[in-house]
Structures are given as C-alpha cells and as structure tokens.
Design a protein around this ligand. Structure first.
Ligand code: PHE
Length: 492
C-alpha cells in the first residue's frame, strides 16, 4: 500500500484532495473580496451599478466581514473537534460558501448581508479544519509534514490568482454579480472535486474526538442553543430590526474580539495552573499574537483602502488595456510563489550557521516590512497629491514589501502556536491564531476607512501613523526577543 501513499509529489494522495479544495475556496474568497468594496462604493448611476456607499461605511462592512470569517474559525474548529469531524465540517463549509456566493450573484441589494453571512459561516467551518486535516495526513514524526504545508500554502496562492483574474474581470468588466457568481461556481467545482476524492483522505479527520455518547449529546444541545440564538441575532440585524451603523458595529466588534483574546491569555497566564516555563511561553505567544493582529490590520487593507487607491489614483492602463482594479492584488500571491522558496532557503542557510533568527525577531522583520510598505504608500500619496493618477509601480512595491513581511511571519505563526502552547490547550491556541487575523481584519476595515474617508489628504496621517505603529511594535519585539532567546534556540 505504500505506493498509493505517495501519489501527490511524493505526499499522501489526500493532499491532492485538500490542495484542490483549498484552491477553489481561496479562489472564491479572494475573488469576491477583491470586488466587495468596489461594488459597495461604486456609483449607483453607472452601467455596472454599485451601492453608492461611503468609503468609510463600505470598509467597515468589509472589516466586519473579514473579522467574522476568521472569528468563526474558532467555533468552526470546536464543532469539527467535538461533533462533526473535520472532513464533514469541510464539506458543509464548502457547500455553505458556495450558497453564499450564489446569493451574492443575485442582483438585489438585500442579498449582500445574507450572502456575506453565509460565506463567513462556511469559511469558519472550512478554513482552519482543512489545515487540521493536512496535519493529520502525516504520522507525528513524518519528515514530509512541513513540506506538505508548504505545498498546501501554494494552493492558497494559486487559488487567489485565479480568483483575482476571473472574478475581477467578470465583476468589473461585465457586471458585479457575474463576478460573485463566478466565485460561487468556483466553490462548487471545489465541492464536486472534494466529494469525488474524499475517500483519499482515509481516516484523517473523519471522526470527531472520542467521548462518551452522553457527553456528545450534551455538547450538541449546547451548540444548537448557541446556534439558534446566533441565527436570531443575524436575522434581527439582517432585516434591520436592530439597526446600527457598520462603523459603530465594527468598532465594538474589535473591542469584543480583543476582550475575548485578552481574557483568554489572562486565564492561561494566571489561572490555568501552568508552571513558570509554560507561563513564559504564554507571554511569548501573547507577544506574537499582538504582532500578528497588527500585521493583518495592514495586510488586509489590500481589499479596502489599497483597492480604492488603485481605482481612484493609479493609472491601470497596461499597453493600451485598462486593467480591472482587482488585478493589482494578484501580485501578492504571485510574489508568494516566487519568494517562498527563497525565504525557506535563506532561513535554512542561516540555520546552518546557527544564525536562524528567533520567532520574535522574525515577527519583528514581518512588521518592519509592513511598516516599509506603508512608507512607500506615504510617498505614493505625496506623488499623487502633485499629479494623479500615478504609476502602478508604487502599489507593486507596496505589495512586494507586504509579501516579504507575510513570508517572514505567517508560515511560522501557526507552528509557533502549536509548539509553545501548553499541551492541553493546543486546539484552542490554534483558534487564537485565527482570532489575531480576525482582529487584524476588523482594524483593516476601520483604519482603511479613516484613511480614504477624505481622499488623498486623509491618507497621509493614517499611513504615517501606521508606519510608526509598525516600527514601534517591531522595536519592542527586538528588545523582548532578548528575553526569549534561549527558548527559541531550543526549538530549532
Ligand atoms: N493568504 C493567507 C490565506 O488566505 C493569509 C492568511 C494567513 C489568512 C493566516 C488567515 C490566517 O490563507
């Protein structure tokens, strides 16, 4: 049987199933997300009519959406662990995502809320659980595991390239809802593919955790109660019975997420009965958590403020062709595919000389690049104030720096969380990693909204604030890295 075990680039053949499912899921996620703010802020009067929202409100909705997508990974992971099993969670997630995009494909304004809601719920079920199955394809000590995750990371980026190209073109050049529909069709292809090749996953993530039936039923009852309560809230918001401004909701959502994360860290540190070494690790993870949330608050502006900057102030004419605005974003995944092997080789090269930087230093490097990317934007705004539109090179350099930051920080984040978490808490800590993305997503919507609210002139203060905030946190990390020095040496 070993031959069927090594069918996908020398990896378990189940990796192929997950690779293609994640590729289609990210195609739909990034393809739709690239259009979202453009659609919401688009003029109502043009042929391809948008919703005519203000840039501030539209980005608040965008931030709430991205925040929800990653926040729901926490209950999604819990459901898979305890009730559904990861394979089923991924299946339901994929179907719900497809339904969400197809809802958005219907050209009515009220479809927006429910479509986005479905995509967020579906992604909550799919995104973290599919990575969990990747991990389960390998035995604990299988040396191919890291390479497996690297291959999987490629599927994310190949998927998003396709999404930006296809959904971006259809949505902007033909009609918004065609773009959303294409995302739905992509996810459906993923569903078909997943269903047909699911058997290749074997037992990986097939069943939830072992527990007595009575306990499982009790958990299921609780989950249903919470689920029904959440559904009622969603309907009250969706039908406008509870009416709040998106920007107000986004701010409160950011406080809510930060509070949960803060309380959880406090609990772990002070009340979970951990020994001194474990507590030190919790502090380290807290630091990485703050850094990651800050990082994503810049990174996720790609679909918000940077998208609007591309539309309003950048010359997108390429050899006589007016590119869709969303195409600018495909440089991030392209850069990932180009630079990921170089980063890996560089860390390995440093490692052989015993110079591999510690985790906090790598995170600091990620934030440094993010800070530099907004410095470039600051210069770009200056040039655009003189005479807009400006050349595409500014955004290309910005995305290059952000991608370098991503490569320094993102691939090691998850493994850091699994390695340094107190053993009993690994599952939840995985959820915390996604919570950092959730906080980053909401902040990206809020900061991006502030930045573009008053056109170019409101961008400079926000972007320069961001440069300072990134460099500040990076500096703190460098100083604190000193205290965690020995820890990270051990981990190599
Ligand atoms: N491009 C990555 C992805 O979509 C960004 C990301 C990393 C998102 C970690 C969430 C968590 O998967």
């Amino acid at each position: 049987m070993t031959s069927t075990n090594a069918d996908f680039f020398g990896h378990p053949v189940g990796l192929r199933t997950l690779f293609l499912t994640e590729m289609w899921e990210r195609m739909s996620y990034y393809g739709m997300r690239a259009l979202l703010v453009l659609y919401m802020t688009g003029a109502v009067t043009t042929a391809n009519a948008g919703l005519g929202m203000s840039q501030l409100e539209a980005q608040a909705i965008y931030g709430i959406y991205v925040g929800m997508v990653y926040f729901l990974a926490v209950p999604g992971g819990w459901l898979a662990d305890n009730l559904l099993g990861h394979q089923r969670a991924v299946f339901y997630g994929a179907v719900i995502i497809a339904l969400g995009h197809l809802t958005l494909a219907v050209p009515i304004e009220s479809g927006l809320f429910f479509g986005l809601g479905l995509v967020a719920i579906g992604t909550g079920l799919l995104k973290s659980n599919i990575s969990t199955i990747v991990g389960k394809l390998y035995a604990q000590d299988d040396p191919r595991r890291d390479a497996g995750f690297t291959i999987f990371y490629m599927s994310i980026n190949i998927g998003s390239v396709i999404g930006f190209l296809v959904c971006g073109y259809l949505g902007e050049k033909i009609g918004w809802h065609w773009g959303f529909g294409a995302a739905g069709v992509g996810m459906l292809l993923g569903v078909v593919q997943y269903t047909r090749t699911r058997e290749w996953l074997g037992d990986a993530g097939r069943e939830p955790n072992d527990m007595p039936q009575a306990k499982r039923s009790a958990l299921a009852r609780w989950a249903s109660i919470v689920g029904v309560a959440a559904a009622v809230l969603v309907i009250l918001f969706g039908t406008g019975v509870i009416d709040v401004k998106a920007s107000v909701f986004a701010e409160n959502f950011a406080y809510f997420l930060t509070t949960i994360a803060g309380l959880y860290f406090l609990y772990l540190y002070a009340f979970a009965g951990l020994d001194a070494a474990e507590r030190k690790n919790v502090l380290l993870l807290f630091l990485l958590f703050v850094a990651a949330a800050a990082f994503w608050s810049g990174f996720d502006q790609s679909g918000g403020s940077l998208n609007l900057f591309a539309r309003d102030f950048t010359d997108l004419n390429f050899l006589g062709y007016d590119m869709p605005v969303s195409w600018v974003q495909f440089f991030n995944p392209i850069y990932v595919v180009i630079f990921a092997p170089m980063f890996a080789a560089f860390w390995a090269w440093l490692g052989r000389r015993n110079l591999d930087p510690s985790l906090p230093l790598k995170f600091a490097l990620g934030l440094f690049f993010m800070g530099m990317s907004f410095l470039v934007m600051l210069l770009a705004v200056g040039v655009a104030l003189e005479s807009a539109p400006i050349g595409l090179q500014w955004l290309l350099i910005t995305y290059l720096l952000q991608t370098w930051g991503e490569l320094a920080l993102s691939p090691i984040g998850l493994s850091a969380f699994s390695r340094y978490s107190p053993k009993r808490y690994v599952g939840q800590m995985f959820g915390l990693w996604f919570l950092a993305s959730a906080i980053g997503g909401v902040l990206a919507g809020l900061l991006g909204g502030e930045a573009t609210d008053g056109g170019l002139s409101s961008m400079s203060p926000i972007f320069s604030y961001m440069v300072k905030y990134y460099l500040g946190i990076a500096l703190v990390l460098v100083v604190l890295a000193y205290f965690f020095r020995e820890r990270s040496k051990e981990s190599r």
